[in-house]
Design a protein around this ligand. Structure first.
Ligand code: CA
Length: 242
């Protein structure tokens, strides 16, 4: 099962935001709604989405200004961005694209058109097959080839453990609550108990073998992947390798 792309919808009109969110949800996306630049920024800081749908006319900071800001930021500069606007003339369109938008949709738009453009932009941005591996303290995960290894030794992981590790390694050293992990790894967690996370963390640790201690339990808070676990990895690893 592929992860559902997370789409941040920045739109101050609830009716339009709702229409977009419902259509995205029904088509396999995970929408989050922010109604102004402040809450949009907060969402971005919590998690970088796979795509941003950004309304031009917002209360406070405009969509255009937000687009420029996100394009100038290391964390968000590569996130695909589509501007939504009632301003349809060419000068506006050019200004939007100059600010770093990948595409531009004029209001009113059909939901069909919106979905087609969202898919097209995501396709253009989909990672190259030779995507870079994430490497942390000898633990390596290549999302393109779905390979995980520790100190060059290949490891076998189930699909959920792979996704869990991918998320933890992509956000290493930070503590994630069970609820956050369900949200990010499982996507729609309505029908899944938080205990499920514990089960998969246990399996993940087992699958990681000597690198297992890198997945730490933070009492009362959740889990984190760390390069410097309390139980040192390097010693155990050397014993196994030797
Ligand atoms: Ca608006």
């Amino acid at each position: 099962m592929r992860n559902m792309p997370a789409v941040l919808v920045v739109e101050d009109e609830p009716a339009i935001a709702e229409l977009i969110a419902v259509n995205l949800r029904h088509n396999g996306f995970r929408p989050t709604w922010a109604m102004d630049s402040v809450s949009a920024q907060r969402e971005i800081e919590a998690a970088v989405p796979d795509l941003i749908l950004l309304d031009w006319m917002l209360p406070g900071e405009s969509g255009l200004s937000l687009a420029k800001r996100w394009r100038a930021n290391e964390r968000t500069k590569a996130v695909p961005l589509i501007m939504l606007t009632a301003r349809g003339d060419e000068a506006d369109r050019v200004a939007g694209l100059d600010a770093g938008a990948d595409d531009y949709i004029s209001k009113p738009f059909s939901t069909k058109e919106l979905l087609a453009r969202v898919r097209a932009v995501l396709r253009r941005h989909s990672p190259e097959p030779s995507g870079e591996a994430i490497v942390i303290a000898g633990l390596s995960l290549d999302s393109a080839t779905h390979r995980v290894s520790f100190l060059e030794q290949p490891l076998k992981l189930g699909p959920t453990e792979f996704k869990l590790l991918h998320y933890l390694m992509g956000h290493a050293e930070r503590v994630h609550s069970r609820g956050q992990l369900l949200d990010k790894v499982w996507g729609d967690h309505v029908y899944i108990e938080e205990r499920t996370v514990d089960v998969h963390v246990k399996r993940l640790r087992e699958a990681l073998g000597a690198a297992g201690p890198m997945v730490e339990t933070v009492r009362g808070a959740g889990y984190r992947l760390t390069a410097k676990p309390v139980v040192p990895v390097a010693v155990t690893a050397r014993e196994i390798a030797g």
